[in-house]
Design a protein around this ligand. Structure first.
Ligand code: UFG
Length: 338
């Protein structure tokens, strides 16, 4: 690698997946610029990242919808590639505030891509989501499955993927990977960084950890009458460090030549909500009280990745299992409780 090819800008680099990816980048010898508004990240995340690795990233506190500030930051840092995580990510909020979601997720992405073009940066890894598939007509889901997101959050991800494809048609030098994440879980094994949702967690894993540690009384299991082995929703949970490693593999793919790719990042292995409760009880040694409630509107029975394209093209596969996800999530949560 040349000096230049080691410079990576990470939007949303202080967030849950962004911070874990920044750790992996720094450990692999990259120079990293975190670009983050800190709207949904704690101020000291870059310091905690530096404590894990023994050296830190540069940090620019700015919002990706602020084109001039973003342009200045990119012009100064001169990234060889950008990993783009920054965005809003709560499905319920997206349904209530679609214009905000399109402004930040779509508008912010277009602003970023324009500023990348301005500085001559042609390598991109974009944080997309399995939510672009909507209610799947087959599982495991291959990348060729139709894209039919069912809410504005998912639509915003699909739109950005489309924008990246169109940009690639107009700019044959563009090398981009849209990574479609399944359900990230767990935390860094150092327990210094992890998921830190504001308010009541929307997602299962942070909710489970907060019940286990006593912050919340009980878990609501959203429906037990799905067409799954135990009736509760089945998902493809992936350890956040495996997910972070997939970004380094995607970066390597963008260094290999131009082209726009869409690749699932999951394990291909599914667990139900009750599987997760049991695994978390084992990892934490705590009992997790739960009640079965109505289905959550918009939820699907089963979401599972077909991970074979990632194995072929990225030469990457998830290596960490459910027990590790639960143990690491628990260690992180316990550390925050002290
Ligand atoms: N669940 C509960 N109780 C909770 C939270 C979740 O029973 O308190 C269940 C859900 O019904 C689902 C499973 O746990 O069966 C996983 O739910 P999550 O909210 O953790 O994850 P989702 O699969 O619903 O959401 C994920 C991403 C979203 C994305 C969505 C689209 O977190 O960003 O996939 O498929 F939009």
């Amino acid at each position: 690698m040349t000096e230049q090819s080691k410079r990576i800008a990470v939007t949303g680099g202080a967030g849950y997946i962004g911070s874990h990816t920044t750790v992996e980048l720094l450990e692999a010898g990259f120079e990293v610029l975190i670009i983050d508004s800190f709207a949904n990240a704690e101020d000291d995340v870059p310091d905690r990242v530096a404590a894990i690795v023994g050296r830190g990233a540069e940090v620019e506190r700015l919002d990706i919808t602020d084109g001039p500030a973003l342009g200045r930051a990119l012009a100064a840092f001169k990234p060889d590639a950008v990993i783009h995580f920054a965005g809003l990510k709560a499905v319920g909020e997206a349904v209530a505030e679609p214009l905000d979601y399109y402004r930040v997720n779509v508008g912010g992405s277009v602003t970023l891509f324009r500023e990348m073009a301005e500085t001559g940066c042609n390598r991109l890894v974009f944080s997309s989501s399995a939510t672009v598939y909507g209610d799947p007509e087959q599982v495991p889901i291959p990348e060729g499955h139709p894209l039919r997101p069912t809410n504005p959050y998912g639509q915003s991800k699909r739109m950005v993927e489309q924008i990246v494809e169109d940009w690639g048609r107009a700019n044959p030098a563009l090398a981009a990977v849209n990574l479609r994440y399944f359900n990230p879980a767990g935390a860094h094994p150092s327990a210094r960084i992890g998921e830190a949702p504001q308010g009541v967690p929307n997602n299962l894993m942070p909710y489970l950890t907060q019940v286990a540690v006593g912050w919340r009384e009980k878990l609501s299991v959203f429906g037990d009458d799905y067409d799954t082995p135990d009736g509760t929703g089945v998902r493809d949970y992936i350890h956040v460090v495996d997910l972070a490693e997939a970004h380094l593999a995607a970066l390597a793919l963008t260094a290999a030549g131009p082209g726009v790719h869409a690749i699932n990042v999951g394990t291909g292995q599914g667990y139900s909500v009750l599987d997760m409760v049991r695994a978390f009880e084992t990892a934490s040694g705590q009992q997790i009280p739960y009640v079965i409630t109505d289905r959550r509107p918009g939820d699907i029975a089963t979401s599972l990745a077909d991970p074979s394209l990632a194995e072929q093209v990225l030469k990457w596969r998830a290596r960490r299992g459910l027990d590790e996800m639960c143990q690491d999530a628990w260690a992180w949560q316990r550390g925050r409780n002290r």
